[in-house]
Ligand binder design. Sequence first.
Ligand code: PNS
Length: 166
Amino acid sequence: MATALCPGSFDPVTLGHVDIIERSARHFDQVIVAVIRNPQKTQSLFTLEERQEMLAEALAHLDNIRIEFFKGLLVEFAKDHGAEAIIKGLRAVSDFDYELQMAQMNQRLSGIDTFFLSTSPQYSFLSSSLVREVARFGGDVSGMVPPKVAKRLKERFAEQSAGGDT
Ligand code: PNS
C-alpha cells in the first residue's frame, strides 16, 4: 500500500492545502496529513485539536486520509508510518529554494523522496499566515479557506479583541 505524507502546520487549513491533499489522495492509496506539534514559527492561532478538527471537516469527503500529529524529524515519522513519499505544494519560485533544501535533506537523512505538486493557480497567493492577517483585521477570507474555518477565524479574533489581545 503506497502511503504519502502531506506535512504542515495547518494553522489554519486553507483551500490551497485541501487542493493539494485531494490531488495527493488520487495518486496514493493512503495519505497521512501530518500536523507538526512544535512549529518553529510564532505562536499558533489554533490549538492542535482545533487544527485537527478543521482538517477533518475539510477532508471528510476523502476516504483514504488520516490526520496525525508529529514532532521531531518528519522523516522519522514517515519511517514509523511506512510512508514512502512526502508531498509538498509549490506556489511560486519563492517556495522553491527552501523546499528543495528540505527535500534534499530529507532524502539524505532517510532516502524518502519528496514529490512537488504545483499549486492550482487560483490558490497560488494563499498562505495560512496571510489568511490569519487578513482575518485578524476583519477582511473577507471566504473562498480562501473552508467555510467552517472562516467562521472559526471570525470567532477567534472576536474573542481576542474582547479579551484585549489585539
Ligand atoms: O506548513 P509549514 O509550517 O510550512 O510546514 C513546515 C513543515 C512542518 C513541513 C516542516 O517545518 C517540517 O517538516 N518540520 C519537521 C522538522 C524536520 O523534519 N526538519 C528537517 C527538515 S529538512
